[in-house]
Write a protein that binds this ligand. Structure first.
Ligand code: ADP
Ligand code: MG
Length: 256
């Protein structure tokens, strides 16, 4: 479990200042949505939290620890992307197990080299299989474990991507427009499933979307971003009823 602190984070790509000093504290177990128009810097901020991109200045803290020098794989966060990024040649079970296998690999690489035998590897494989099954059951895709991604619908693929995020038991989930490749009906259904997953896990969720309705229905708080800044971060009804800025009102669609 984790609280996240984004402390005066800026990001420039060349001469372009994409994030202009973002500060946001996210409590353990919160569901915070980052909303705002395309190009406002949402994905960049999420990638910086994940460690996939470095900030120009400022700090990210996870449970109070500055993670600036810590690479993505060691931050114990799971990121889910809009494109599911599944391996087409692997089964659903194998796709979900990838993060655990990678962890196993990096752990074994740290052992002194004594030949191909890795003590405990067999038990570890049994553990991995159990963790994959559990994640698949949570997302109700345990009947699909032997299929390949090409044999799945878009909604099922997105659930496999969620399963892969879930199996690591991360401190926090970072989701970047995970529903935007789904059709409208499936989007509403999967939205409810993600909200339910959050309730059940009680984990910290940071959810990026350009769809304010999606954010309104799922979040404990909404951070409205525009032009690399957070204009307001409050509970959904507060943002809706008391927008601090005309741009927030227009984006959220508050009554005039
Ligand atoms: P959003 O996710 O809100 O649509 P992004 O974070 O993807 O916005 O992008 C914010 C701005 O940063 C955009 O103007 C985009 O073109 C720019 N940008 C993002 N990544 C890069 C990069 N690697 N190099 C240069 N510019 C980038
Ligand atoms: Mg984006």
């Amino acid at each position: 479990m984790a609280d996240l602190q984004i402390d005066h984070v800026t990001k420039a790509f060349g001469d372009t200042q994409v994030l202009k000093g973002i500060s946001l504290d996210i409590a353990d177990g919160e569901f915070v949505s980052l909303v705002g128009p395309s190009g406002c810097g949402k994905s960049t901020l999420l990638r910086i939290i994940a460690g996939l991109e470095g900030q120009t200045s400022g700090a990210i803290r996870i449970n109070g620890q500055d993670v600036s020098g810590i690479r993505a794989a060691d931050r114990n966060l799971s990121m889910v992307f809009q494109s599911y990024a599944l391996y087409p040649h692997l089964t659903v079970a194998e796709n979900i197990s990838v993060p655990l296998k990678m962890r196993q690999l990096s752990a074994s690489q740290r052992l002194p080299v004594i030949g191909p035998f890795i003590p405990g590897a067999r038990n570890r494989n049994v553990e991995i299989a159990a963790a994959v099954k559990h994640a698949a059951q949570t997302l109700e895709i345990d009947n699909l474990l032997d299929r390949k991604p090409g044999q799945l619908s878009g909604g099922q693929r997105q659930r496999v991507a969620l399963g892969r995020a879930l199996v690591r038991e991360p401190a926090a989930f970072l989701l970047d427009e995970p529903l935007s490749n789904l059709d409208a009906k499936l989007r509403v259904q999967t939205r409810a499933e993600i909200a339910e997953l959050h309730r059940r896990l009680g984990a910290t969720f940071v959810y990026v979307t350009h769809d304010q309705v999606e954010a309104m229905t799922m979040s404990s708080r909404i951070a409205v971003m525009m032009g690399g800044e957070i204009l307001q971060c409050d509970a959904p009804d507060e943002v809706y009823n008391n927008p601090l800025d005309i741009r927030v009102a227009e984006f959220i669609g508050s009554p005039k």
